[in-house]
Design a protein around this ligand. Structure first.
Ligand code: TEU
Length: 548
C-alpha cells in the first residue's frame, strides 16, 4: 500500500542524545535498539533517525564525510543492521536522514574537487571566482557570515549555505545526482523504509542566486530545477520502493508544497514547512523572541490545512532537533500543573489535524527547554556563530539578550539527553554526558510517566489510538473557528459521516467559546481535565476533543 504514510505516526530519534550504552557520554545505535519496545508501545509506526553517518563533528551529523559508513561514535554498521532488523521485527519502519544539499569538506568528493580548477570533480561543488577581489556575491550562510569561503589552493570561493565545513553540492552536475541516487539505492536495498531529506528545496539553486556578480545573491530555495531533480529522483529511485519520503522545506509556500507533496506521488510524500515555526521571529530572526501571536499561528496552520486538503499531504510537528521544546515555547513550564496541561493541549491541537504527526524524542514526556547559564554550555554551531556575530562583532544584542534568546529558541534545548529515569544523568549515560541533563528529570522522565494514566506519555498514546480509530482524523476537512480569538484555537474536521470538534486554550486564563465553537453533545474522545467542564468555555490550558 503506497500511501501508508497517511496513517503513520513518526517518532524522531536524535541518536546522540537518546541513550548511551558504552559510557562515552554520547548516545549510540545500540541505545536506540535498547528502547524499541518503548517506541513501539507509544503506538508509532516509523522512526526517523537523525544522521548516523561518518561526519566531521561540526553540525550534529549534518556534515557527512562518508554516506556508507556509520559514525564510529554511534556504533558500527552491524549495530545499524541489528537496529533495522529489531525495528522491523516490531513492525516499526526506519526512515533515514538524507543530507545531500551539501557534504562535509572532509568528503572525498570535496577533497578531489578542491585540488585544482580543472579536476574531474570540480563541478561537483559550487566554485566561483572572486568578484573584484572579494566574495562572489552577498549570499549569507544560515549559520552567520558569508556563504562563500575562499580556498587558497585555487584562489576560488566555494558555496556553503551552512557551516564552512559543509560545502554545497552542485546538483546541476548529473554525476552528483547519479552518485546520490546510487547511495540512496544502497540504503534502500539494505531495507530502510524511506528518507527525510535535509534542506532539499535548496538543490535546484537558480544560477542568478549564486553568480559571481557582486550582487546580493538571492533565494536559493525552490528553484524550478528542484522540482525537475525531485521528479528525476522519484523516477530513478523513490518510485521503485515502498517507502516514505518527507522533504525539509524552509521558505516554502503552500503553492510550492502542492507540487513537492502532491498526492499524485510525482515528487515526495510530504514536506516540513516552516511558517508556523517563524511566527515568533523578529528583527534578529529566531533570536528575537516575540510573544506568541495565536491568531497568526492559527491562520498559518489553517491555511496549510485547507490549501493542501485533497491535493497534497501535510506533516504535523511542533518539536524537532532544530526547534526549542514547544511546551516552553507555546505552552507553560512554570509549574507541573500548567506544564502537563499545556503539553497535552499542544499535542491534541496538532495531532487532530490532517497530516502525518511527528513526535520528537521527549516531547511525549513534556520535556522542557534547558536553563543554559552561558554560551559555553552551547554545543550548537548555529548558536555559537550567532553569538559571535550578533554580540561580539556587531553588538546588536547584549550577552544577556542573546542568552535569553538561546534559552528560549536555541536548538540545544532539543539536544539535552532524553530523560529515562529520575536517577543519575536521567539514565542516559553512566559517563559524562556530552550535553547537560535537565535537572527536572527528577520528575519528568519515562519511568515515572510509564505507570501514570494521567501522564503526558499516556495522553500521547491515547491521541495515537484516537487517530487509529477515527477515519475523520485522517480524511476529514478542516474548518478554523474563532479565527481572531487570542486564546482559543478551535476547529472542526468533517468527513461527511462524523464531525470532530477540537478546542484548545493557549492561555492560563478561562476562555469563552462562541456558539460555533461550543460543544454540543458529542462524545468526549479526550481532554486534559478530570471532568468534561462547561460546553461554552475552556479552563486554563484546557483541550477537548469530541466526536459528533
Ligand atoms: O536545517 C535546515 C535549516 O533551515 C536550519 O537552518 C534550521 O531551520 C535552523 O537551524 C532552525 O533554527 C537542516 C537540519 O535540520 C539542521 O539540523 C542542519 O543544521 C541544517 O539543515 C544543515 O544541514
Amino acid at each position: 500500500m503506497r500511501d501508508w504514510f497517511k496513517n503513520a505516526v513518526v517518532y524522531q530519534v536524535y541518536p546522540k542524545s537518546f541513550q548511551d550504552t558504552d559510557g562515552d557520554g554520547l548516545g549510540d545505535l545500540r541505545g536506540v535498539t535498547q528502547h524499541l519496545d518503548y517506541i513501539r508501545d507509544l503506538g508509532v509506526d516509523v522512526i526517523w533517525l537523525n544522521p548516523v553517518y561518518k561526519n566531521s563533528g561540526v553540525d550534529g551529523g549534518y556534515d557527512i564525510s562518508d554516506y556508507r559508513e556509520i559514525a564510529p561514535e554511534l556504533g558500527t554498521m552491524a549495530d545499524f543492521d541489528e537496529l533495522l532488523a529489531q525495528a522491523h521485527a516490531r513492525g516499526l519502519r526506519i526512515v533515514m536522514d538524507l543530507v545531500v544539499n551539501h557534504t562535509s569538506t572532509e568528503h572525498r568528493w570535496f577533497q578531489e574537487s578542491r585540488a585544482s580548477r580543472d579536476n574531474d570533480k570540480r563541478s561537483f561543488y559550487v566554485w566561483r571566482a572572486p568578484h573584484e577581489g572579494k566574495e562572489p556575491n552577498g549570499l549569507r550562510s544560515a549559520f552567520s557570515g558569508s556563504a562563500w569561503q575562499k580556498d587558497e589552493t585555487t584562489g576560488e570561493y566555494y558555496l556553503h549555505m551552512f557551516a564552512r565545513e559543509q560545502a554545497d553540492l552542485n546538483w546541476h552536475e548529473p554525476r552528483v545526482r547519479e552518485g546520490v541516487y546510487d547511495m540512496m539505492r544502497w540504503w534502500l536495498d539494505k531495507g530502510v523504509d524511506g528518507f527525510r531529506m535535509d534542506v532539499i528545496t535548496m538543490i535546484g539553486k537558480p544560477e542568478e542566486t549564486i553568480a559571481a556578480d557582486g550582487g546580493p545573491g538571492g533565494d536559493v530555495c525552490n528553484g524550478e530545477k528542484t522540482h525537475e531533480y525531485l521528479r528525476e529522483m522519484n523516477r530513478e529511485v523513490l518510485s521503485r520502493y515502498d517507502i516514505m519520503t518527507v522533504g525539509e522545506a524552509a521558505g516554502t509556500s503552500t503553492e510550492q508544497a502542492i507540487r513537492y507533496a502532491s498526492l499524485d506521488g510525482s515528487e515526495l510524500n510530504m514536506i516540513f514547512q516552516f511558517e508556523h515555526m517563524e511566527v515568533d521571529a523578529g528583527a534578529h530572526g529566531k533570536w528575537s523572541d516575540e510573544p506568541l501571536d495565536l491568531p497568526r499561528l492559527k491562520a498559518v496552520l489553517a491555511r496549510w490545512q485547507t490549501a493542501l486538503h485533497g491535493r497534497a499531504w501535510n506533516s504535523l510537528y511542533w518539536d524537532n532537533h532544530d526547534q526549542p521544546r514547544v511546551v516552553s515555547r507555546f505552552g507553560c513550564d512554570a509549574d507541573e500543573t500548567c506544564r502537563m496541561r499545556s503539553a497535552k493541549m499542544l499535542a491534541a491541537c496538532l495531532h487532530m489535524m490532517q497530516g502525518t504527526p511527528y513526535i520528537y524524542q521527549g516531547e511525549e514526556l513534556g520535556m522542557t527547554n534547558y536553563p543554559f547559564a552561558d554560551i559555553s554550555e552551547s554545543r550548537d554551531v548555529e548558536a555559537v556563530n550567532a553569538w559571535q556575530e550578533l554580540v561580539e562583532e556587531r553588538g546588536e544584542l547584549t550577552g544577556e539578550q542573546m542568552m535569553r534568546a538561546i534559552r528560549r529558541k536555541g536548538r540545544d534545548n532539543a539536544r539535552t539527553p532524553m530523560q529515562w529515569t529520575a536517577g543519575k544523568n536521567a539514565g542516559f549515560t553512566n559517563g559524562e554526558p556530552w550535553m547537560p541533563v535537565n535537572p527536572n528529570h527528577d520528575r519528568i522522565n519515562a519511568e515515572a510517566e510509564e505507570g501514570d494514566p494521567g501522564s503526558v506519555l499516556a495522553f500521547y498514546r491515547a491521541l495515537i489510538r484516537i487517530r487509529r480509530e477515527n477515519p475523520v482524523v485522517i480524511d476529514g476537512d478542516f474548518t478554523l473557528l474563532m479565527p481572531e480569538d487570542a486564546r482559543v484555537f478551535a476547529y472542526t474536521r468533517c468527513d461527511g459521516t462524523h464531525t470532530l470538534r477540537v478546542a484548545c486554550n493557549f492561555s492560563g486564563e478561562t476562555a469563552k467559546l462562541d456558539a460555533e465553537a461550543s460543544f454540543h453533545g458529542g462524545r468526549l474522545l479526550i481532554g486534559n481535565y478530570e471532568d468534561a467542564g462547561a460546553a461554552d468555555s475552556l479552563r486554563p490550558w484546557e483541550c477537548r476533543v469530541e466526536l459528533e
